[in-house]
Design a binder for this molecule. Structure first.
Ligand SMILES: [Zn+2]
Length: 282
């Protein structure tokens, strides 16, 4: 579910889980996501909503929340349904802006789409969905709508470099962030032909899961053989699908979970592209 999240967005969810545990909440609620955002991306929140700060929101959440014993942080807390919807809205907001990845800015917009505690708190601090959408659309994105280089004067990306992937220029800071995150894990990337895999669908609403163990509950779930039809390159979004005639799309590198197109693998993972000043970053 978090494959498309930027590192900051992932850390926001991590902090949200931490906040939920600290409040002894059995679910991760929208207000925990808001606190996660305020911890993780002070720069963005400070720019868009200067009236909102972690301390004051934390105080208001504390007043509103029934005090419970805190839950050990190693316990995996589920997302409350409002929270799941807010994350779905965040993905929609990313799509509206033609951004492949979901960032803290999209999470903020996702929180404002429905009425719940976090959106009430935000509105009390003068957050307005339409106004924020406009402001966020004008921020320099990790890459522009047409994958054209982001100018050097960007707010979030202050270094000017761009790198070429599949003949298009990408913001090097954006690429570096993803590469560095994934290099930390020391994944083994295996080069192989992309193949369809099985999925499970829930009969009642058609929602999809790759957890095949759910199929054991045959009253509610159905196994769909070969139901997973494509993956996107983790970095550039290049589509990988079953194709014998087109190795550029038909072959990629996988760690068993994520996929990289051959070009991104060769360029950024087979060698340490960002280790020092690289003449290919222009
Ligand atoms: Zn790629």
């Amino acid at each position: 579910m978090f494959e498309r999240y930027t590192e900051k967005a992932r850390r926001t969810i991590f902090f949200a889980r931490y906040e939920a545990s600290a409040f002894g909440s059995p679910f991760i609620e929208t207000e925990h996501i808001l606190l996660g955002l305020l911890r993780e991306d002070k720069a963005l929140l400070g720019r868009l909503l200067p009236d909102v700060n972690y301390e004051s929101i934390h105080r208001e959440v504390t007043i509103h929340t029934k005090v419970r014993e805190s839950i050990p942080t190693h316990m995996d807390l589920p997302l409350a349904s409002e929270c799941r919807r807010a994350l779905k809205f965040a993905a929609e907001e990313a799509e509206r802006l033609d951004h492949r990845h979901i960032g803290t800015d999209h999470l903020l917009l996702g929180l404002l789409r429905e009425d719940h505690f976090a959106s009430q708190l935000l509105r009390e601090h003068h957050a307005d969905l339409a106004k924020l959408r406009l402001e966020i659309s004008q921020l320099p994105a990790p890459w522009s709508a047409k994958n054209v280089a982001v100018p050097a004067t960007g707010v979030r990306h202050t270094t000017a470099g761009t790198v070429e992937i599949h003949g298009k220029r990408w913001n090097s800071e954006y690429v570096r962030e993803i590469v560095n995150t994934f290099r930390k894990f020391n994944w083994h990337w295996n080069r192989c032909a992309w193949k369809e895999s099985d999925v499970v669908t829930r009969i009642s609403d058609g929602s999809i899961s790759r957890d095949l163990s759910l199929a054991a509950d045959s009253a509610n779930f159905r196994l769909v053989l070969g139901g997973w039809k494509k993956d996107d390159c983790l970095i550039c979004g290049w589509e990988l699908f079953c194709s014998e005639n087109d190795p550029e799309h038909g072959i990629g590198c996988t760690n068993g979970r994520n996929w990289l197109c051959t070009e991104c693998y060769e360029k950024f993972f087979a060698r340490d592209f960002f280790a020092s000043a690289n003449p290919e970053i222009t």
